[in-house]
Design a protein around this ligand. Structure first.
Ligand SMILES: *Cc1c(COP(=O)(O)O)cnc(C)c1O
Length: 463
């Protein structure tokens, strides 16, 4: 006990640490409160360590820990990371990344005034929505369009505007949860619509919808099951059948397409997903989809379809609460412009580029990275192996893309510990851990990442 008290007394005081030349120097670049906070936190840790181990490191080590914590605290909380997982639309890592054109557009309107709601022709108030709606209509051939904060908000406002206090008929096989907290039944209850589930989890027929239609039916809803598939003994009512029912009973048919691709992914060698255009051509009245999934743009929710319905949705009071900001509009406009020219799109949109990168190109990139990493000092083994990447983002849940992985195994550090150290580097690196090995999929590496990987692996492998 007395030993510990002696150790507590040996701990430096806050003002003493502040006077350490190296710490004092930090005050030139870091605010004082941040430096003091770091000192207090390190002293707290040291007190706990005394309780547990009855020892105190020497002053130099204590100063070192303070300096390190100051460095950590100076960095922004939201940071760029290297995605080594091969999951192209990784929701936890920010989903789609923007093209350079989109980034430039965001930067320009963010740092200056813009004609966000100003009509430059007339010199008077304009509409923020005008900038992208025409473009969306041009690409999808939809009669009308609206953009909101995200697809969850799009579904919410569509149901609020078109089905409040009315029944929305939806298949039990489509009452999905899309990760986070987007659950179809819960969004429905928020909107004031009444859920009328029909069919079973694996089979729903057109007659199930038809039998449920009554005088209080408001909408027929189809939901893309995004992150899962019902396989085996199944039957899904087609959108054509739903559209026929909608016409027969004068009910709008709404489809939440989720990821919502604007181009036929079969052209990229991926399994076909219904495109927004196909849904509209089939006669669906309103289609909703995300901006930052397969479209490869900013977070946003699109609502496209019949003019009269879109106008009703636009005039709903929720529209103001879920409107998009100028940076989103700028990023989306630039992203969508590339869709007017398929070649430009495939070159410029990072999501499209990553999804369509052939395995033989990825093999070369994996071999190049493996050569750089195996040349680093330290006892570790590096190899390249064939593997699979995932599109992610709830899109194409059963699709895997052929890729080549770089495997790294250290003789001193376990794969879990290596992965944990890589999360603490600058920039942090997120990898896969499989079969006791750290793996990096070059598919999601950006230009310049290889060089950074060599730097951070050098740090973690050599301690
Ligand atoms: C992803 C998804 C949503 C939610 O979209 P956000 O843009 O993330 O709000 C809603 N419905 C479906 C079917 C989805 O796949």
């Amino acid at each position: 006990m007395t030993d510990k008290q002696e150790l507590f007394r040996r701990l430096p005081a806050v003002h003493q640490l502040l006077q350490q030349p190296q710490v004092e120097k930090q005050l030139q670049t870091a605010p004082r409160h941040l430096v003091v906070e770091a000192i207090r936190e390190v002293l707290d840790q040291l007190r706990q360590e005394i309780q547990q181990t009855a020892s105190v490191p020497d002053d130099e080590v204590i100063t070192g820990r303070v300096l390190q914590l100051i460095e950590t605290k100076k960095k922004p909380r939201l940071r760029r990371v290297i995605n080594g997982t091969g999951v192209v639309l990784h929701t936890n890592l920010g989903r789609a990344i923007l093209s350079q054109a989109a980034v430039d557009a965001v930067v320009k309107v963010a740092g200056g005034y813009s004609n966000l709601e100003y009509d430059l022709e007339e010199g008077k108030r304009g509409s923020r929505h005008s900038h992208i709606e025409e473009l969306v209509c041009q690409i999808t051939r939809a009669p009308a369009a609206m953009v909101v904060n995200n697809n969850a908000a799009a579904v919410l406002i569509v149901l609020s505007a078109l089905a409040k206090d009315r029944e929305v008929i939806v298949s039990r096989g489509e009452l999905v949860e899309i990760g986070g907290s987007f659950r179809v039944p819960e969004v429905m209850s928020q909107s004031g619509a009444i859920l009328r589930e029909v069919g079973t989890t694996n089979k729903t027929y057109a007659r199930d919808y038809e039998q449920a239609i009554n005088e209080n039916t408001g909408v027929l809803l189809k939901v893309h099951t995004s992150n899962y598939r019902v396989v085996g003994f199944t039957h899904e009512t087609t959108r054509e059948e739903l559209v026929a029912l909608g016409r027969k009973y004068s009910l709008p048919v709404i489809e939440d397409l989720g990821s919502g691709s604007l181009i036929d992914l079969a052209e990229l060698g991926l399994p076909g997903e219904p495109t927004v255009q196909q849904c509209l051509n089939a006669g669906v009245d309103i289609v909703t989809f995300s901006g930052d999934k397969l479209l490869g743009g900013t977070q946003a929710g699109f609502i496209v379809g019949k003019r009269e319905l879109v106008e009703r949705i636009k005039s709903h009071p929720l529209a103001r609460a879920i409107r998009v900001d100028k940076m989103t509009i700028a990023g989306l406009e630039a992203t969508l412009r590339a869709y007017l020219d398929k070649e430009q799109l495939l070159q410029e949109n990072p999501t499209m580029r990553m999804l369509s990168e052939p395995a033989e190109v990825l093999k070369k990139r994996a071999e190049h990275l493996a050569a750089l990493l195996s040349a680093l000092p330290g006892a570790h083994r590096v190899a390249t192996v064939p593997g699979k990447s995932k599109p992610g983002g709830g899109a194409l849940p059963t699709t895997e893309l052929d890729t080549w992985l770089v495997e790294i195994q250290s003789e001193q550090i376990s794969a879990e510990n290596l992965a944990a150290s890589l999360r603490k580097t600058d920039p942090p690196v997120i990898v896969r851990v499989q079969e006791g090995k750290v793996m990096i999929d070059p598919r999601t590496l950006l230009p310049g990442d290889e060089k950074l990987l060599v730097k951070v692996f050098h740090e973690v492998l050599t301690g």
